[in-house]
Design a protein around this ligand. Structure first.
Ligand SMILES: [Zn+2]
Ligand SMILES: [Zn+2]
Length: 201
């Protein structure tokens, strides 16, 4: 199979365009094939959206996890792997790299405007109309893994006594085994989210 330059008609082999890679034709025009990220075209519910977060947006990835969203992030990943994972795993690509949507012909991405994590979060939440109250603190912010509830007994083996005195609800990450609990840190984050997201919806 072939792909033709829309401007000069030059013919290219289809294998050059894997995962939406585009190439610059001798005539100066960009040639590529549109790649739809599977199953994202009509997402049933916005809370089912999954994200692939570009390297410079690590703090955004963490905040998306805080509000319960599956946000994959890999330090130092190159553009090719980033796009490939987004497509293979049906994730929306979040990036600040304006050249990326040109060099890769992908259609499920959002260009992030701000350099400030909370403003970035607001852009994503507003753009996709994401519910963000229901699943706060349900996911490990380090591994992106959903947390499992822990009983007081289970938690007591894994957290300092001081924490047990003040916290009531506990959850654990099945991957890194971090234990999360309600406390002053969570209150501060919740306040920050309210300030960021409530005022603007
Ligand atoms: Zn051409
Ligand atoms: Zn974890």
């Amino acid at each position: 199979m072939s792909v033709f330059c829309p401007k000069c008609g030059r013919e290219y082999d289809i294998t050059l365009f894997q995962y939406g890679r585009t190439i610059e034709c001798a005539c100066g025009s960009r040639v590529g094939r549109e790649v739809k990220i599977r199953s994202l075209i009509v997402p049933d519910r916005p809370e089912e959206l999954r994200f692939m977060v570009d390297v410079m947006l690590g703090r955004l990835a963490r905040w998306l996890r805080v509000i319960g969203y599956d946000a994959a992030y890999q330090e130092g990943i190159d553009d090719g792997d980033l796009v490939r994972l987004a497509i293979d795993e049906s994730r929306i690509l979040l990036t600040r790299d304006r050249t990326l949507p040109t060099e890769w012909w992908i259609d499920n991405y959002l260009l992030i405007d701000s350099t400030r994590p909370m403003v970035q979060l607001r852009q994503v939440v507003n753009h996709y109309d994401l519910p963000w109250h229901e699943r706060l603190f349900s996911r490990c912010t380090v591994c992106n893994e959903p947390l499992n509830p822990l009983s007081y007994e289970q938690a007591s083996e894994r957290v300092p006594v001081k924490v047990l005195e003040h916290a009531s609800r506990f959850a654990g990450c099945p991957v890194c085994e971090r234990v999360y609990w309600e406390g002053s840190h969570v209150d501060r984050m919740r306040k920050r989210l309210d300030e960021t997201l409530l005022r603007w919806v």
